[in-house]
Design a protein around this ligand. Sequence first.
Ligand code: AMP
Length: 302
Amino acid sequence: MSVLVVGTVAIDSVETPFGVGENILGGSATYFATSASFFTDVNLVGVIGEDFPAEHIEFLKSRNIDLRGLVQESGKTFHWKGKYGFDLNEAQTLDTQLNVLQTFSPKIPAEYANAEYLILANIDPSLQLEVLAQVKKPRVVACDTMNFWISSKPEVLKEVIAKVDFFIINEGEARQLTGEVNLIKASRAILNMGAKNLIIKRGEYGVLLFTNGSIFAAPAYPLESVFDPTGAGDTFAGGFMGYLASTGNLSEESIRQAIVYGSVMASFNVEDFSLDRLRTLKYSEIEERYREFKRMTHFEQI
Ligand code: AMP
């Protein structure tokens, strides 16, 4: 089954303690789609401006991503500028220029209206609602967001949360959204908003899944060389949804496996700037790291 993603396609400028990337490819939909494309077919809905380099389009096409829903408008592409200190779990936004996103109204091509797997990647929650209204009967809807939208549009965001199967958020944002410091309390508050399941990303400390009254905790892959954490959350979500869509199995066991595939994808992505590590990644490397995850977390019964 294919996955439909709506989110940002961006030009980023990123600074980490290990280097600087000026005007590099970024965006929540870009990271998500590229990551999911290792598992299944991906349809992308988003907007770019006239300045968007053709080589980036060629890259997305080379990943077999269907771009019929990617529109080009006059004006500039969405631009995000961010910085990381030595705590790579926390991005500091220096500048957000919405540009063509300001007037964007997503139109889901007729061919995608029956999508079964839908990811509302990080974008204005009003646009996430518009997309939900156009996709007829999705089997699984996942949604991501960030602090920018939690502070600017909390009420619209809560409307979205009430309609999704998996709400994916990082720990700082879970605290910001709920006002709860404790993550168990925060998870309860978010599930009370109506999300069926909740995934809390904890950067280098891994991921928590809250589902059906149970909790699953996965560590992050212990990496020695992290260069740029940008897009870790989106590549996680891409691996997660891509794997679920490829198997069509929504059992708790399969959801847990999807969490680990998501974590594997995020661990590769942070090894280089922008999407550069994903450009050379091979499926065999994904499988090998998945097996390492299994070895690393396995322990015997009592
Ligand atoms: P992540 O590190 O997974 O949270 O995602 C990083 C990507 O999100 C970057 O490539 C940015 O272009 C994009 N981004 C940054 N701010 C926003 C925003 N307010 N809305 C949507 N996407 C954003």
